[in-house]
Design a protein around this ligand. Structure first.
Ligand code: MN
Length: 274
């Protein structure tokens, strides 16, 4: 009898322990993989593979950096490669992620450490359909030197509003490894980006977004070129004249209708190299 009571007591304690562990913060069981939104449009996958190659060709990405696109069948999913150098990405490397940046079916493949950048921007910006994270070299000085990046010529008219600089020390303290490793750092970066097309990341790189993959790629390419040209213009030593807000607004509207031209060229060049 006494032994039975002890057994029951032990059983109750065990269940209370399990319940307690389940309810304690930080002790939640591993999350089940999110459900798939179904197969994405093969054309979108092809464009995403092309975007990876184009951004390498154009000097925006190297062995690092990544580009993603929102799923065409579900606004709460996005598509991006497994952790891989962009130049090596093919259609089979593209994975589906939910907006908490969990892969739907990782099948043991490793994922980009900084994937939260993408998920948190898609959460904050319903208008955004594609995100590029790069370490675009000419842009780096403008993230570090306190000199604003401004539209020097018509191709970069989309830089017409103040380009924000994300300071990781404000969000993550002064001891980070500079990487956006967590959802909260991704959230802070998305907040710094605000409603704009580009945010620089001090000591690291940039994020560039757009309403389509061609937009995000175009903006990434011309942010890099504008930064290079702006540095050259400033080095001449005279007073640099930038596009004024009116000019920039008109130039951006004009260029918007022509994006398909460079996109088709870049895509063809990139894919025929394969
Ligand atoms: Mn990075």
């Amino acid at each position: 009898m006494k032994r039975d009571l002890l057994k029951i007591f032990r059983g109750v304690c065990l269940w209370l322990g399990v319940l307690g562990a389940a309810l304690l913060p930080g002790e939640a069981p591993a999350q089940a993989a999110p459900a798939s939104a179904g197969p994405a449009d093969p054309k979108l996958i092809e464009d995403l593979v092309a975007a990876n190659l184009i951004l390498v060709d154009q000097g925006v990405l190297d062995g690092y950096g990544h580009v993603s696109v929102r799923h065409d069948k579900d606004l709460n999913r996005y598509l991006m490669s497994r952790s891989l150098a962009p130049e090596l990405v093919t259609a089979v490397d593209i994975l589906e992620y939910d907006l908490d940046s969990n892969a739907v079916d990782p099948r043991g493949r490793s994922l980009f450490i900084e994937r939260n950048i993408h998920g948190e921007i898609y959460k904050a910006r319903p208008d955004v359909k594609a995100v590029v994270h790069n370490h675009s070299p000419s842009v780096i000085p403008f993230g570090a030197a306190g000199v604003p990046l401004r539209p020097l010529y018509h191709m970069s008219a989309f830089l017409r509003d103040r380009v924000p600089v994300f300071e990781i020390r404000s969000a993550g303290g002064d001891g980070t490894d500079m990487l956006v490793r967590t959802p909260s750092l991704g959230h802070a970066l998305a907040k710094a980006l605000g409603a704009g097309p580009v945010a620089l990341m001090r000591g690291h790189g940039a994020v560039v977004v757009g309403p389509s993959l061609p937009h995000a790629v175009f903006r990434s390419v011309y942010t890099e070129i504008n930064a290079r040209l702006q540095g050259q213009a400033m080095a001449l030593g005279g007073k640099v004249i930038y596009l004024n807000p009116n000019e920039a607004q008109h130039a951006e509207a004009s260029l918007d209708g022509t994006l398909a031209r460079p996109w088709e060229l870049w895509k063809k060049k990139a894919l025929t190299k394969r």
